[in-house]
Design a protein around this ligand. Structure first.
Ligand SMILES: *Cc1c(COP(=O)(O)O)cnc(C)c1O
Length: 428
C-alpha cells in the first residue's frame, strides 16, 4: 500500500487537472461574425424595435426558448441581474418577505434587498440541498410574497411541492437555475415550474459567455416586465400605455451581441457540455461504493442531476477522522476540493449588522427578522461539518484521471487511521 501523500508519499494525481476546454472554433466564428457586422450591441434605451436588442440577442432568446421548452426567454447580462429583475417583475416591495435558502450563492439572497424586500432564511433538506418545504411553510407570514429557491449543485429542489405550497399561500416562486441547466423534475426543466427561472452564463457554469444570464417564464406579462426592467423601462411606459408602473425603474441589464453570439454556440452544444459533467459524476459516485461514511450525491427519483458540483457528505464519526483532515489528505493526493460551500448566508456582515441600503438600516428597519447563528441547522452542519465538493465544471477529466480521482479516495479511506494524529487546521 503506497504511503499517503500527506505523510510524505507520492500523490495519486501528480499534475494539476487541466481546465475544462469550453471554447472551440464555433465560439471563435461567432465572435468574428459579430465583429464583422460592426454591431456589438443592438439595444436602444427607448421604445421601438431596438428596445429588445440586436439579432444575436433575439436569436439566442428564441433558441433558448426552444431548447428549454420555455414560452418566453429574456436575456440579461448576468444571473444576478436576472434575479433582481425577477424580484422586480413580481412586484416585491419594501417590507415584503421573500423566503430564500441560506445555502446558495449570495446573489440569490441579495436580490430582494434592491426592492426593499426582506430575505427570510429557511433551512435546506440534507438530500438535495434545496429548500425544505416544511421549513418554508413554517417561515410563511402575512408579509411573505415570494419564495426564491436554488436548484443547488445541479439538482432540483422539491419544485412541484414548493410551487403548490406557494399557490396555497398566494406566493410566487422564483427559481435560481444558475447551476442547473437541463436539470429536470419529472419531465419539466428546472426554471419552468416556478413563475420565473434564472440561468447564469458566467465563466464558471456548464455553458457560458464569460458573463450573461437568461430569465425564463411561461407568463407573457412577466416576460414584458423583465424586458422593461432590463432596459430603462421608464422610457417605454408611456408608449406601452402601462397602468401599473410598480418596479419599472429600468436598469441596463442588456447583453451584448458578442456575449449572445458566444452563448448561442454554447447552447448548441449544451447537451454535450452537460453530459460530460454528468458522466464524470456518475463515475465518481460509482467509485464511492463501499466507502462507509462517504455519501455521494443522491438523485431523486424522476429527476435529472446535472452536477455543477459533485459533492459528498463525510461522516466524521464513521470515518474516525474529521472532514478537515480527511479533505487535506485528499488534497495532498492531488484532488482539488472545497470543504463546505459558501457559509450560511445569514452569517454575512450585512445581515448580522442589518445594513443594506443607506445608513438607516433599510430595509431591515421594516422587519423584526433576526439573523442569528443556529437559524438553519442542516445548512450549518453541511457547511461546517459534512460537505466536500469537487468543481466538476472546472476541469477536463479523462477516464484515466477519473479513475485516479476515485483511487485517491480509496487510498485515503483505507489508510485513514493513520490520519488520526494530524492536527485540524483552521477552516477558511
Ligand atoms: C453563479 C451563480 C449566480 C450568479 O450568477 P452570475 O451570472 O455570475 O450573476 C447566482 N446563483 C447561483 C446559485 C450561482 O451559482
Amino acid at each position: 500500500m503506497s504511503k499517503l501523500a500527506i505523510l510524505g508519499g507520492k500523490p495519486v494525481i501528480k499534475k494539476p487537472l487541466p481546465p475544462y476546454p469550453s471554447m472551440s472554433r464555433d465560439e471563435r466564428k461567432a465572435v468574428v461574425r459579430v465583429i464583422n457586422s460592426g454591431l456589438l450591441s443592438g439595444f436602444y434605451g427607448s421604445w421601438g424595435e431596438e428596445f429588445f436588442g440586436g439579432p444575436e440577442v433575439r436569436a439566442l432568446e428564441k433558441e433558448w426558448s426552444s431548447r428549454f421548452s420555455a414560452p418566453y426567454s429574456v436575456s440579461v447580462n448576468s444571473a444576478t441581474s436576472g434575479l433582481i429583475a425577477a424580484v422586480g417583475a413580481l412586484g416585491i416591495g419594501p417590507g415584503d418577505e421573500v423566503i430564500v435558502s441560506p445555502y446558495t450563492m449570495s446573489a440569490t439572497a441579495m436580490a430582494p434587498l434592491f426592492y426593499g424586500g426582506i430575505p427570510v432564511f429557511a433551512d435546506i433538506e440534507p438530500e438535495t440541498y434545496g429548500l425544505n418545504p416544511a421549513r418554508v411553510e413554517a417561515a410563511v407570514t402575512p408579509k411573505t410574497r415570494a419564495i426564491m429557491v436554488t436548484n443547488l449543485f445541479g439538482h432540483v429542489a422539491r419544485l412541484r411541492e414548493l410551487k403548490q405550497l406557494a399557490e396555497r399561500h398566494g406566493l410566487t416562486l422564483i427559481e435560481d437555475c444558475a447551476q442547473s441547466p437541463l436539470a429536470t423534475e419529472g419531465d419539466v426543466f428546472a426554471g419552468l415550474i416556478g413563475d420565473i427561472g434564472v440561468f447564469s452564463l458566467n465563466v464558471h457554469k456548464h455553458i457560458h459567455s464569460g458573463e450573461g444570464g437568461i430569465c425564463v417564464t411561461k407568463d407573457e406579462q412577466l416576460a414584458r416586465r423583465l424586458q422593461l426592467i432590463r432596459n430603462h423601462g421608464e422610457n417605454a411606459a408611456e408608449a406601452l400605455g402601462l397602468t401599473d408602473l410598480t418596479n419599472l425603474v429600468g436598469q441596463n441589464y442588456r447583453m451584448t451581441e458578442l456575449s449572445a453570439a458566444v452563448a448561442r454556440a454554447q447552447l448548441a452544444k449544451a447537451d454535450q457540455h452537460v453530459g460530460v459533467r454528468e458522466r464524470l459524476a456518475e463515475t465518481l459516485t460509482a467509485g464511492m461504493a463501499g466507502l462507509d461514511g462517504i455519501t455521494p450525491p443522491a438523485v431523486r427519483a424522476g429527476c435529472r442531476h446535472v452536477y455543477y458540483l459533485w459533492t459528498c457528505q463525510l461522516d466524521a464519526q464513521t470515518l474516525g477522522v474529521s472532514r478537515a483532515v480527511f479533505a487535506r489528505a485528499l488534497a495532498a493526493e492531488g484532488v482539488p476540493l472545497m470543504t463546505g460551500y459558501v457559509p450560511p448566508l445569514y452569517r454575512l456582515p450585512l445581515f448580522r449588522q442589518r445594513v443594506a441600503l443607506g445608513k438607516q438600516g433599510f430595509p431591515f428597519s421594516l422587519s423584526q427578522r433576526s439573523y442569528e447563528n443556529g437559524l438553519c441547522p442542516v445548512t450549518e452542519h453541511m457547511h461546517d461539518q459534512a460537505l466536500i465538493g469537487f468543481e466538476i465544471c472546472a476541469y477536463a477529466v479523462s477516464e484515466r484521471r477519473a479513475r485516479a480521482l476515485v483511487d485517491a479516495f480509496h487510498k485515503v479511506y483505507r489508510q485513514r487511521a493513520k490520519l488520526r494524529g494530524l492536527a485540524e487546521q483552521p477552516q477558511t
